[in-house]
Design a protein. Structure first.
Length: 337
């Protein structure tokens, strides 16, 4: 009975536009009922509970940490919230990743290819589930800012979130850190070198500047629908697992060997720099490959591909295949020509 009284009180306090927006959302999407009810109840609990006005969605722990640091000790501490989705969407299945079953399938795929311990993977899986559920339950009054960059991982993230929020009426803003970086700094060489490759390479103070000066207008309806449909297509895709960002477009593939030639070329170059054809640290080859790769990948993926190349006889190894710091590799003679 108390809850009903609270709901009546909150509804009376709504403006006409707010009431219409919530009615529209409830009719459009039955799943929005709980989030609307939660929002209305919060309005009766005092201003401190409903103070959040903006939610930032960031893809990856590195940019997430930088953005949180940028907003810390500012007025945004009370009005803004940062949701971090961990991992890298450029590899692995994405089908139904907005559901518990889809997230489980994705992480099972990763378990079969990773040497990360199960506890770390369990943590990442739980964090992914919590972040996506939090986004799905976003109250309609919140402004949503999606941070992205010119790489497959963050461009996929942008589209997936728009698909998840397909029926939400929130205003959505998109901040592309690559574009904003090169609007602020004139470094043609860095642009040619695809820097920054990810939002995680941008300084916290620059992220704060972008937010305060370049938020612009909400994403236009037509573009939002196009990107949303691309996201819906990925949520239905049960075939592709490797994705690249080329010519400002996403390219989808099931070929897990796409990065192998670059890894081999980097190992060959390091052998020549050594002055002798001998074993070298796996971690160094991983770092070399990541440094020369136009695509934004993670070290764990490169290390997995090295282990696959060992199985194919491309590399020989010494040590233990339990971590990239625990073994060394050497290219077979046939690849040194």
């Amino acid at each position: 009975m108390t809850e009903i009284k609270q709901l009546k009180k909150a509804i009376k306090q709504l403006s006409e536009d707010e009431a219409k927006s919530m009615l529209f959302l409830a009719l459009l999407n039955k799943g929005s009922r709980d989030s609307i009810q939660q929002f209305l109840l919060q309005q009766t609990e005092g201003p401190s509970v409903s103070a959040k006005q903006t939610v930032h969605i960031v893809f990856g722990d590195s940019p997430g940490g930088s953005l949180k640091a940028a907003l810390r000790n500012t007025s945004y501490d009370k009005t803004d919230e940062v949701i971090v989705i961990p991992g890298n969407f450029s590899i692995g299945p994405l089908k139904a990743i907005h559901t518990a079953a889809g997230i489980e399938a994705r992480f099972q795929w990763l378990r079969e290819r990773s040497i990360m311990n199960n506890d770390d993977l369990e943590l990442l899986q739980r964090q992914t589930m919590e972040a996506i559920e939090h986004i799905k339950n976003s109250p309609p009054h919140l402004d949503i800012i999606i941070w992205t960059c010119q790489n497959a991982h963050e461009q996929i993230g942008l589209r997936l979130i728009l698909a998840i929020l397909e029926h939400n009426i929130n205003d959505i803003y998109v901040l592309d850190t690559f574009q904003l970086f090169h609007e602020m700094y004139t470094y043609p060489q860095l642009a040619e070198e695809h820097y920054p490759r990810s939002s995680g390479e941008v300084r916290a103070e620059d992220l704060l500047y972008f937010y305060e000066h370049d938020q612009g207008r909400p994403l236009k309806t037509a573009l939002r629908q196009i990107l949303c449909q691309e996201g819906l297509n990925m949520l239905a895709d049960d075939f592709h697992s490797i994705r690249t960002w080329e010519f400002h477009e996403l390219w989808h593939s099931s070929d897990e060997t796409k990065d192998d030639d670059l890894i081999i070329a980097c190992a060959k170059r390091l052998h020549h720099e050594q002055g002798k054809h001998d074993y070298q640290n796996t971690a160094r080859i991983v770092g070399e490959a990541l440094g020369h790769m136009e695509q934004y990948r993670e070290a764990e993926w490169i290390e997995y591909r090295i282990r696959q190349l060992i199985r194919q006889g491309v590399f020989s190894y010494q040590g233990e295949l339990k971590g990239m710091l625990l073994y060394q590799v050497k290219l077979s003679d046939a690849y040194m020509v």
